[in-house]
Design a protein around this ligand. Structure first.
Ligand code: NDP
Length: 786
C-alpha cells in the first residue's frame, strides 16, 4: 500500500478522555449539592432537580433549587462581606484572583471533563478553549485589581452584584462575570443555568481553597424563578446577565426605576461575509469555527453566511465537502468536532424551528456522516436559497444550522449584514484590506473579526449593539461596568414647579412664540398649541410650542437623515462645537438675562451659568478629537482595534433646573462623539434652549444634528423612549420619570442613562464618562504579525 493510499484509508480510533476524576468528585459529594453561601454549603428551600449528561442521558447529580429566601441569604452574605472586601488593597484582591487563576489551571483537566459531561460540548473545546480562557480571565483581572488605584482612580465598586449566566459556556461565562466584579471590589451572588451547574459548584470549592473571604462569592443554583428573585432583590446594585434577548428585556423591565445598573449580553444573528477575493479554503474553516464550534450554541456564532455570488457555488461545494468530514459523537472523545446539544428541549426546539422555517423556502443540506444513536446530537446543517424575510434568516437558531445567502456588491453585503435586530458580531473574509476594513467600519456590531472568527480575550471588550444588549465584558470598559464614580450619590431630585401666572401681559410687551427646531429649521408644533413660560415673579415671559409625539417623530426622522455626522471627522465636529461656544459667548449677556428672568437667580449666578456653558462647549470641542480608542494585543496572532463609535441617535431629556448649563452639558458630549440629538429642554424654563437654536443656526451645525422639541417632559418622553430609531436615551428630566423611561426602552433595547432621581451638580458634570456614555466600543480583530 502506498503512503498516499494509507492516508486515504486511515480511520480514527477511539481517543476517550477519562472521566474518572470528575466522577470521583461527584461521588465525594454523594452526587448531591447544596448552595454555596457565606463560604459554606447551605441547604436550599426549593425542590431539587437533576443535572444530566446530554450526550448519554445519564444522571450526574442532584442540584438544589434556591428559593427566594435563599436568595435573600446569599445577598446578606455578600453584603456582609462587602465592606471588608472593598477595604482590601488592590494588591490583596489581586492575590486572590491570581490564586483562582492558578487553581483553575491546576484543576484544568477535571474542570474540562466536568464541563463536557454537563454540557455535551467536545473535550477538545473545553480543554483547549473554555478552561484556558477562564484562567486567562482571572489572570487579566488580577492585574486590574492591582492597577485600580492608578488606572481607574476616582471610581468605587457598586456593592453586591447579581450575575445570571446561560448554559453554553458555563464556567467561562462565570469567569467573565466574577473576575471583573471581584477585581473592582464588589461581592457576588451568581446563578449558573439549571442545565449546567457543575463547574460552578466545583469552582465554589476552588474559592475555599483560595481562602477567599466568606461571602465574597455566593453560588446559588436554581431555575428562572431563582433568577427572578435575584433580579428583584433590593440589596443588589447591579444585574449582569447573559442569555436570551427575551429574558434580557424582562430584566430591563423588572429593574426599571430600581436604580440597579444592568449589563445585558444577549442573542445574535451574526453575518459571516465571504468576498470573491477571500482565501476560500480558510473561509471554509472559518465557517466550521463560526457555526459548528460548540454545536452552534454560541451567542456570537456566525450563523448567516453571506457569500459573493461570483464564488457562491464553488464555496458551497467546498463547504459541503468539509461538512462530510466533520465528526459528531461522544464529546469525551478527543477526535470529535461536535458534541451533543445541551438538552432534549434545545434539540427539539431547533428541529422544529428548522422544519417550520423550511416551509417558507430554502434547501437543506445535512452532513452525510455517521451519527450516535442516542443523546441530543444534531447533524451540521446548511440551508441555502433563503431570503431576508425567512424566519430562519431573521431568528437566532442557537444550534448547528447555517443559513446562506448571496450578494453582488459590498453595499448589498452591508445591507444584508445590518438587516437584523441584533448586532453582536460579524466576520469578514477578503484578501483586500480596504474591503475588509471598510466593511468593519460599516457593520453595526460590537465585535468584528477580519479573516477569523470567534476570537475572544479578557483584554478585549465583548458585547453587542441593538437587541444584542449593552455593556462590555473584558478590558477597561468591562471594568467600568462594575464601578461608579466616587461619591456619585446626590440628594433626591424634586420636580421644579412653575411660578403661578400673575399677569398675562408679556414682560417684553412683544408677542414672542419660539418654535421647535427640526432638521435645521424652525418648525411650528404639530398640535398648534403653546404653553406659557412664566418668570420667577409670575409674569408671562413668552409661550413655547407644546410639542406632541408627531413632533418627536419628525425630529427623529430629521436626525436619521443627518447620519453623515456620525462618520464625519472628529476635527470637523470639534470645529463646529468651538463655533457654537464662540457664538454663545457673543450673546452671553442676553442669555444671562434670560436665565435670571426665568429662574429668579441673581444676575451674577446667571452669568456664571452662561460662562460655564461656554467652557463646557470648549471642553467637549477639545475632547472630540482626543477620545481615542485603543489597540489591544491579545495573546494570539491578531490585534484588536477598539474604536469608540457613536450610539447613533440619542434622545436627551434635559434637566428642569440649570436651563442652559444642563442642556449644554448633555448636548455637547452627545454630538462631540458623533451622535445626532433630539433634545427636550427644561419644561419650566425652556427659553434658554429656544434662544440656543439661533446660536446653532449661526454655527454651521448641519441640519438634523440637533433637534429641539419643547413641551412637557411627561408627555414627550414616552415617544422618545419607545422610538425604535432612537439608540440611546439620556433622561435627566423631571423627577419621577426614570422608571417609566427604562421600562419603555425595551422595544429596541436602547441604552438609558439617567440621574437615577438624584440631583446633579451641573457645574461639575463633565468629563470622559460623558463621552463614554455617548459611545460604544467596537472591537475589530485583525490578523497581524507572525
Ligand atoms: P435564558 O435567557 O432563558 O437563560 C439564561 C439564564 O437566565 C439562565 O440562568 C436562566 O435560568 C435565567 N433566567 C431564565 N428566566 C429568567 C428570568 N425571568 N429572570 C432571571 N433569570 C432568568 O436562556 P435559555 O437557557 O432558556 O435558552 C433559550 C434561548 O436563549 C436559546 O435557545 C438561545 O436562543 C438563547 N440563549 C442565548 C445565549 C447567549 O449567550 N446570548 C445563551 C443561552 C441562550 P435557567 O437556566 O434556570 O432557565
Amino acid at each position: 500500500m502506498s503512503v498516499k493510499e494509507i492516508y486515504k484509508t486511515l480511520d480514527y480510533g477511539p481517543a476517550p478522555e477519562s472521566d474518572a476524576e470528575a466522577k470521583a468528585w461527584l461521588a465525594s459529594h454523594k452526587k448531591k449539592f447544596d448552595l454555596f453561601i457565606g463560604g459554606k454549603w447551605v441547604k436550599a428551600g426549593g425542590k431539587p432537580f437533576t443535572a444530566n449528561n446530554p450526550a448519554s442521558g445519564a444522571k450526574l447529580a442532584m442540584i438544589s433549587q434556591a428559593s427566594k429566601a435563599d436568595v435573600g441569604k446569599a445577598v446578606r452574605a455578600a453584603d456582609a462581606a462587602g465592606a471588608q472586601w472593598r477595604a482590601l488593597s488592590g494588591h490583596t484582591r489581586a492575590k486572590y484572583l491570581y490564586a483562582l487563576a492558578r487553581l483553575v489551571q491546576k484543576h484544568a483537566r477535571v474542570l474540562a471533563v466536568l464541563e463536557t459531561l454537563d454540557n455535551g460540548k467536545p473535550i477538545r473545546e473545553t480543554r483547549d478553549i473554555d478552561i484556558p480562557l477562564v484562567a486567562r480571565h482571572f489572570y487579566h483581572h488580577a492585574g486590574w485589581a492591582s492597577l485600580q488605584d492608578s488606572e481607574l482612580a476616582g471610581y468605587e465598586p457598586l456593592g453586591v452584584v447579581g450575575q445570571i449566566i446561560p448554559w453554553n459556556f458555563p464556567l467561562l461565562m462565570m469567569a467573565w462575570k466574577i473576575a471583573p466584579a471581584l477585581a473592582a471590589g464588589n461581592t457576588v451572588v451568581m446563578k449558573p443555568a439549571e442545565q449546567t451547574p457543575l463547574t460552578a459548584l466545583y469552582f465554589a470549592e476552588l474559592c475555599m481553597k483560595a481562602g477567599l473571604p466568606d461571602g465574597v462569592i455566593n453560588i446559588i443554583t436554581g431555575d428562572g424563578e431563582t433568577g427572578q428573585a435575584i433580579v428583584a432583590h433590593k440589596g443588589i446594585s447591579k444585574i449582569a446577565f447573559t442569555g436570551s434577548t427575551e429574558v434580557g428585556k424582562f430584566i430591563r423591565k423588572a429593574t426599571a426605576g430600581s436604580g440597579k445598573d444592568i449589563t445585558l449580553e444577549l442573542g445574535g444573528k451574526s453575518p459571516f461575509i465571504v468576498f470573491s477575493d477571500a482565501d476560500l479554503d480558510s473561509a471554509v474553516e472559518g465557517v466550521v469555527n463560526a457555526i459548528w464550534f460548540n454545536q452552534g450554541e454560541v451567542c456570537c456564532a456566525g450563523s448567516r453566511l453571506l457569500v459573493s455570488e461570483a464564488v457562491a457555488d464553488k464555496f458551497y461545494k467546498k463547504l459541503r465537502r468539509r461538512m462530510d468530514k466533520l465528526r459528531v459523537g461522544d464529546p469525551l472523545d478527543k477526535t470529535i468536532d461536535m458534541g451533543s446539544l445541551v438538552d432534549k428541549t434545545q434539540l427539539t426546539r431547533i428541529q422544529n424551528m428548522v422544519a417550520a422555517g423550511l416551509k417558507e423556502g430554502g434547501e437543506i443540506y445535512q452532513a452525510d456522516i455517521p451519527m450516535p444513536n442516542k443523546g441530543c446530537f444534531m447533524r451540521p446543517t446548511l440551508i441555502t436559497g433563503v431570503d431576508t424575510a425567512c424566519t430562519l434568516v431573521r431568528e437566532e437558531i442557537f444550534g448547528p444550522v447555517m443559513v446562506a445567502m448571496t450578494f453582488r456588491t459590498p453595499d448589498e453585503a452591508i445591507q444584508l449584514a445590518n438587516n437584523t435586530r441584533y448586532g453582536l458580531a460579524a466576520s469578514v473574509w477578503s484578501e483586500n484590506i480596504n474591503t475588509a476594513l471598510d466593511m468593519a467600519a460599516r457593520i453595526k456590531a460590537g465585535v468584528i473579526w477580519v479573516n477569523s472568527t470567534n476570537q475572544l480575550d479578557a483584554a478585549v471588550g465583548f458585547g453587542g449593539m441593538r437587541e444584542s444588549g449593552y455593556g462590555r465584558e473584558g478590558g477597561r470598559e468591562g471594568m467600568l461596568a462594575y464601578l461608579k464614580p466616587k461619591g456619585a450619590e446626590g440628594k433626591p431630585l424634586v420636580a421644579v414647579t412653575p411660578t403661578a401666572l400673575k399677569s398675562n401681559t408679556p414682560e417684553t410687551g412683544i408677542d414672542k412664540t419660539p418654535k421647535n427646531y427640526v432638521g435645521g429649521k424652525q418648525a411650528r408644533p404639530d398640535g398648534s398649541s403653546v404653553m406659557p413660560v412664566i418668570s420667577a415673579s409670575g409674569k408671562l415671559l413668552g409661550e413655547v410650542g407644546r410639542g406632541n409625539r408627531k413632533d418627536i417623530r419628525n425630529a427623529v426622522e430629521a436626525a436619521t437623515k443627518a447620519s453623515k455626522w456620525s462618520s464625519s471627522t472628529a476635527h470637523l465636529r470639534a470645529q463646529i462645537i468651538y463655533y457654537i461656544g464662540e457664538n454663545l459667548d457673543a450673546r452671553k449677556d442676553e442669555f444671562a438675562q434670560r436665565i435670571k428672568s426665568m429662574t429668579g437667580c441673581t444676575l451674577t449666578a446667571a452669568k456664571k451659568e452662561v460662562a460655564q456653558s461656554v467652557e463646557c462647549l470648549f471642553f467637549y470641542a477639545g475632547f472630540a478629537d482626543k477620545f481615542d480608542g485603543a489597540v489591544h494585543a491579545p495573546p494570539v496572532r491578531d490585534i484588536a482595534i477598539a474604536m469608540n463609535e457613536p450610539l447613533g441617535i440619542v434622545g436627551i431629556v434635559a434637566p428642569q433646573a440649570a436651563p442652559l448649563l444642563g442642556f449644554v452639558s448633555l448636548l455637547a458630549p452627545v454630538i462631540a462623539t458623533g451622535n445626532r440629538a433630539v433634545i427636550i429642554p427644561s419644561d419650566v424654563y425652556p427659553l434658554a434652549a429656544t434662544d440656543f437654536y439661533q446660536v446653532l443656526e449661526t454655527s454651521d451645525v448641519p441640519a438634523g444634528v440637533v433637534n429641539i422639541i419643547t413641551g412637557e417632559h411627561d408627555v414627550l418622553t414616552p415617544t422618545l423612549a419607545e422610538h425604535d430609531e432612537v439608540n440611546g436615551l439620556w433622561y435627566f428630566g423631571k423627577a419621577g420619570g426614570v422608571a417609566s423611561v427604562e421600562a419603555a426602552s425595551i422595544g429596541n433595547l436602547k441604552q438609558v442613562w439617567s440621574h437615577k432621581e438624584q440631583q446633579v451638580d451641573w457645574a461639575k458634570a463633565y468629563g470622559r464618562r460623558y463621552m463614554e456614555k455617548a459611545s460604544q466600543v467596537k472591537n475589530i480583530w485583525v490578523p497581524y504579525g507572525a
